[in-house]
Write a protein that binds this ligand. Structure first.
Ligand code: ZN
Ligand code: ZN
Length: 231
């Protein structure tokens, strides 16, 4: 197994998981996010707003959502502010143990996605989430850029990390070390240890829902990795 520093795809200034108020549950708009990214030296970012099923589930609680905006303008959106390369993916939701997925955001299906499971959205028994994710990998591995942080206490507490790492490696799909969840004490450190030691490809992303998270959480995760001799 290669050293962790060579298995983490984006230890540099690239971040591939973040949310906006333009399309889901982040605080910054897509324009604010992109302008701020430049000031903190990010050179490439992926905006990964939640798929429609999650937006619908939370829409009563999320008064930040602006539903007069159709997703389609995003197809015409360009970064006019700076040289940050902006990629548009969607955070797909796993729906059940068969590996069915909510594909779209406002009826638009993106080319690439990140795969997540959230409590309240996943309708099969929680204990089946590993099986569901593996079934989704088998069906959709060509579209999946990485799998959202399977070490969380919150949404993914039933994950069998060993099984998942094995299948992810087999299909060449990276797993995520999610810095926002880590900083918020929502990470099972034993599972994270297994993930860091055994996964072939790893993304270290912020999953920022605020500009403060975009600026700080990956840095804190890197300090943790160094202090604990992972790096
Ligand atoms: Zn979110
Ligand atoms: Zn997210």
């Amino acid at each position: 197994m290669k050293l962790l520093k060579d298995r983490i795809i984006n230890l540099d200034n690239r971040d591939y998981h973040m949310h906006t108020s333009t399309f889901s549950d982040g605080i910054p708009t897509i324009n604010e996010l992109v302008q701020f990214a430049w000031t903190i030296w990010l050179k490439e970012i992926a905006i990964t707003d939640h798929s429609q099923v999650t937006i619908d589930f939370f829409r009563n609680e999320l008064n930040t959502l602006i539903w007069t905006t159709a997703y389609s303008p995003l197809k015409r959106w360009k970064n006019v502010f700076n040289d940050v390369n902006v990629i548009l993916w969607v955070e797909w939701d796993l729906l059940n143990k068969n590996g069915d997925i909510c594909f779209d955001i406002q009826w638009i299906e993106p080319e690439f996605i990140i795969l997540s499971a959230h409590t309240g959205i996943y309708i099969s028994k929680p204990e089946t989430v590993t099986e569901g994710t593996i079934n989704a990998i088998k069906k959709y591995h060509k579209k999946i850029k990485f799998i959202w942080h399977p070490c969380a206490y919150t949404d993914f507490w039933y994950y069998d990390i060993e099984k998942l790492v094995k299948v992810a490696n087999e299909y060449n799909i990276p797993l995520e070390f999610n810095a926002k969840n880590f900083v918020r004490w929502k990470t099972n450190l034993e599972k994270l240890d297994y993930l860091l030691k055994n996964t072939d490809k790893i993304y270290l992303n912020s999953d920022a829902h605020t500009l403060y998270e975009l600026k700080t959480v990956r840095e804190k995760a890197i300090i943790f990795l160094k202090e604990n001799n992972y790096l």
